[in-house]
Design a protein around this ligand. Structure first.
Ligand code: GLV
Ligand code: MN
Ligand code: MN
Length: 422
């Protein structure tokens, strides 16, 4: 049986528009980076909405925000649904917000329909999924999964010089009505709805992606240090040109990595150089490398290739080289019992779906370490994401929420434990 009709599509679309106004950019996107005033405003709005509906709200030490609707057996582990509310600096309106607000719509729809569930249901907005203001990404879900204590990143610095410890304390204090739960409650299952952020679903005209796995990601920060010198007087053999070395390394990697292996991904997304004067040979260049692969061993090989290539370029230009690891996420496989539950919901609703691997990382990758997890994808226009032009059609939004609703109700009324894999 499907409860899809219980989703209030216009309420969900209004809600997405309202959150998109928080940190709205002139080009139609959002800048609501983690733990910024805009992020805090979004968290406050969600908390107020939740309290207005009589749901309880909680935070944890990582400032992950939870909205809870009681179950008939409220002591049973909850079904967790949600995503994140933070964005890229020039982010879209749906990355993260869609999953969080659809999850909240599911809670409201169940409440409106007066449906009692066996288990409690919690909506979560994880802290700092994007990792652009403070690296790494998925801090909140990594802390939730117990992989790191959030204060391990206390010294992480935002580009404006603020430290994570301060921003985190201010963010927690900004929602005093949300009690800080000292212990992580047991989770029965976690389902994250998200936009695909790639072109597959739209190209194939399939409204629902059932995500079976997430590829691995590594972030490296490369620093090449040479010597500043006069641009006009210094012959090539005297130069210790950090920029020339960086350009050589980046060009060599771009010419090989994705050409040799079409499954591999390599991106240099940030680069800065010193002293940054038109007629001075750059003394220092720092750049980031984001590499991804579905196979753990091949991702490790890619890192090795990056390190060797940078070392060769550094040597050629007589620069010193430092490479720091900023994030290391192994690929993950989601719980088959949950992907089957999503497929059953799609079949019951008569909606087409396809299985797929996620090219982006997500909080579900980490929750999956402590509780069975899976993801639902919906198409986005042109596959465009991490871009202010990100767009999801209203029908796809409502369909995603309807699938999430049916899966949530199915799980919230299940009794036995779910975990069948290790
Ligand atoms: C998530 O934002 C990612 O970069 O995959
Ligand atoms: Mn996201
Ligand atoms: Mn993102």
């Amino acid at each position: 049986m499907s409860f899809a009709a219980a989703v209030n599509g216009s309420r969900l679309l209004r809600s997405l528009a309202e959150f998109a106004a928080i940190g709205a950019t002139p080009a139609g996107g959002v800048n609501r980076q983690a733990l910024s005033p805009e992020d805090r405003a979004a968290r406050r709005l969600l908390a107020e909405r939740a309290q207005a509906r009589g749901f309880s709200i909680f935070q944890d030490e990582a400032a992950n925000l939870f909205v809870r609707r009681r179950g008939n057996h409220d002591g049973l582990p909850a079904v967790l649904i949600g995503s994140h509310l933070d964005s890229q600096p020039t982010g879209g309106r749906f990355d993260g917000a869609l999953g969080t607000l659809s999850a909240f719509e599911v809670l409201e729809a169940i409440e409106d329909a007066g449906i009692a569930t066996v288990r409690p249901i919690e909506v979560v907005a994880f802290t700092n999924e994007e990792g652009c203001r403070y690296a790494p990404g998925c801090m909140g879900s990594m802390a939730f999964a117990g992989l790191h204590a959030i204060n391990e990143w206390n010294a992480a610095a935002a580009p404006d010089g603020t430290h994570l410890a301060q921003d985190l304390a201010d963010t927690l204090a900004a929602l005093p009505e949300a009690m800080i739960r000292p212990e992580r409650p047991e989770v029965f299952a976690f389902i994250e709805l998200h936009i695909e952020q790639g072109p597959v679903l739209e190209r194939e005209g399939v409204p629902i992606g059932v995500v079976t796995a997430v590829q691995g990601t590594k972030w490296l920060e490369v620093t090449l240090t040479g010597e500043a010198a006069h641009a006009g007087t210094t012959p090539r053999e005297f130069r210790k040109d950090a920029m020339a070395a960086a350009a050589e390394a980046i060009a060599a990697l771009q010419a090989t990595v994705m050409v040799v292996d079409p499954q591999a991904r390599l991106t240099v997304g940030r680069l800065s150089l010193e002293p940054g004067s038109i007629n001075v040979i750059p003394r220092r260049v720092t750049f980031t490398i984001d590499i991804r692969h579905p196979e753990r061993m091949l991702l490790a090989d890619l890192e090795e290739q990056v390190r060797t290539t940078c070392a060769m370029a550094a040597e050629r230009w007589r620069c010193s080289l430092e490479i720091a690891s900023r994030l290391d996420m192994a690929p993950g496989v989601f719980e088959p019992v949950l992907t089957a539950a999503i497929e059953t919901a799609c079949q019951t609703q008569g909606v087409a779906y396809r299985r797929m691997t996620s090219g982006a990382f997500h909080d579900a990758l980490f929750v999956n370490r402590i509780a069975p997890s899976a993801m639902i994808f919906v198409p986005c226009r042109g596959g465009i994401s991490h871009n202010e032009a990100e767009f999801v059609a209203a029908d796809d939004i409502v369909q995603g929420a309807a699938t999430l609703l049916d899966v949530t109700l199915d799980l919230a009324n299940r009794n036995p434990t779910l975990r069948v894999m290790t």
